[in-house]
Design a protein around this ligand. Structure first.
Ligand SMILES: [Zn+2]
Length: 403
């Protein structure tokens, strides 16, 4: 005989302890290990929920429970709006092997009526819910992560080969504020790799062309262009207010300037550089790992290398490296995964070999070491080309020039 609703409720009550809102509040306040599970629909959760509660609508319980709650021994406090759905959900979880599940009587309504604290997450528009739906499905991103992305401010140094793919993907992902520093205008010879720009924008400032492309892709994104050359005079002012700095520059003076300014301000520097068929990317995070000067303490002497125009670069290569930079930036913003701090990913595109080098912080580093000698910003002479050999890893030296 089919079970009635009443039968199901009685069955659940026999197996699932029900806790009052007072008891839950007390339990949470005691620093006990637990998972708070909100089994209401997403739109109910969005309007307000208990602080720290995970959202897992009852309809998705079987599909997502093991992903959301991997440890079946962790105590779970389930709640819904009034206490009925959470009781049934708790019973379901018990049937799935969760050992310690309770249901909160009276649910969120009783909690809120008792005057206990609750929180409301960022409210997304219908368009945003659709636009970022693939992010919302990932528990590592979700609405909380998307809110972090929308609130994040990222400064890209260079709107060229590396800056193009980085900016594209950051804008697509919904990074809310993207600053771009580039003094240059679009040139026909850029279009072989600088995919932000188009043929009809030749002669237009790159920052303006970038703004047109990025806002057309995602109107959520605020694009701020700085059509100026980065120097010791303006860099501190430009990076102020940004959370992450992405270095996609094409010359050594700027690379050292960005490194030193990031070390001085403690900002993460997502590094990328390319040369002909080879590229590299890393994250230099002051206080958490080495900086660029830990690897290359001083820039090579001017004239020690071929000119940029002579060196050349394969069109797709900045796409690879710039995408790694975008990815690392997003990981930093979300606080998920293992960032490329203390590691350098190195691409050799002709052999299609990808290597990851461990990098060590140098205690004698002139910028971030125990007795730094670089205590103010330096404008090195403009020059171009390969890093002259210093006996360190040849592969890293090779890849030190960017497009
Ligand atoms: Zn250093």
């Amino acid at each position: 005989m089919a079970k009635t609703f009443k039968d199901l409720m009685e069955e659940a009550r026999r197996e699932v302890p029900e806790w009052s809102t007072d008891r839950v509040r007390q339990h949470l306040g005691n620093g006990n290990g637990y998972v708070l599970l909100d089994v209401r629909e997403k739109d109910e959760y969005r309007e307000g929920h208990l602080d720290g509660a995970l959202s897992l609508p009852r309809g998705f319980l079987e599909i997502r429970a093991e992903q959301t709650l991997p440890d079946k021994a962790t105590p779970v406090i389930a709640y819904c709006a009034g206490g009925t759905r959470s009781l049934l959900a708790a019973k379901q979880l018990k049937d799935m092997g969760y050992e310690n599940v309770v249901s909160m009587t009276g649910g969120y309504t009783a909690w809120k009526n008792a005057g206990f604290p609750w929180k409301q997450d960022r409210q997304f528009t219908a368009e945003q819910l659709n636009r970022y739906s693939r992010h919302f499905m990932l528990p590592e991103v979700g609405e909380e992560g998307q809110a972090k992305l929308l609130d994040a401010k990222v400064l890209l140094v260079g709107a060229g080969g590396l800056g193009s793919p980085t900016a594209f993907y950051l804008a697509a992902a919904g990074v809310g504020t993207i600053g771009l520093v580039d003094h240059d205008v679009v040139d026909l010879s850029n279009l072989q790799r600088q995919i932000l720009h188009t043929n009809d924008r030749i002669g237009m400032p790159k920052v303006e062309s970038a703004r047109l492309t990025l806002t057309a892709l995602n109107p959520d994104v605020k694009v701020i262009g700085y059509q100026e050359r980065l120097s010791s005079e303006n860099i501190m002012q430009l990076i102020e207010g940004y959370d992450v700095i992405v270095d996609g520059c094409d010359n050594f003076p700027t690379r050292y300037l960005v490194n030193d300014a990031c070390v001085m301000t403690g900002k993460p520097n997502v590094h990328g550089s390319i040369f002909q068929f080879e590229g590299q990317a890393s994250v230099f995070y002051p206080g958490k790992g080495p900086c660029y000067r830990c690897l290359f303490p001083e820039p090579p002497p001017p004239g020690a290398a071929p000119s940029c125009a002579e060196a050349g670069v394969l069109g797709v290569l900045p796409g690879l490296v710039g995408c790694v930079q975008a990815l690392e930036t997003i990981k930093l913003i979300l606080g998920v995964g293992k960032p490329l701090i203390g590691r350098m990913v190195y691409f050799d595109t002709l052999s299609m070999e990808l290597r990851i080098h461990k990098l060590r912080k140098d205690p004698n580093c002139p910028a971030c070491g125990t007795h730094p000698t670089v205590t103010k910003l330096i404008d090195y002479e403009e020059f171009c080309g390969l890093r002259a050999g210093n006996g360190a890893d040849a592969a890293l030296e090779h890849a030190a020039q960017s497009a």
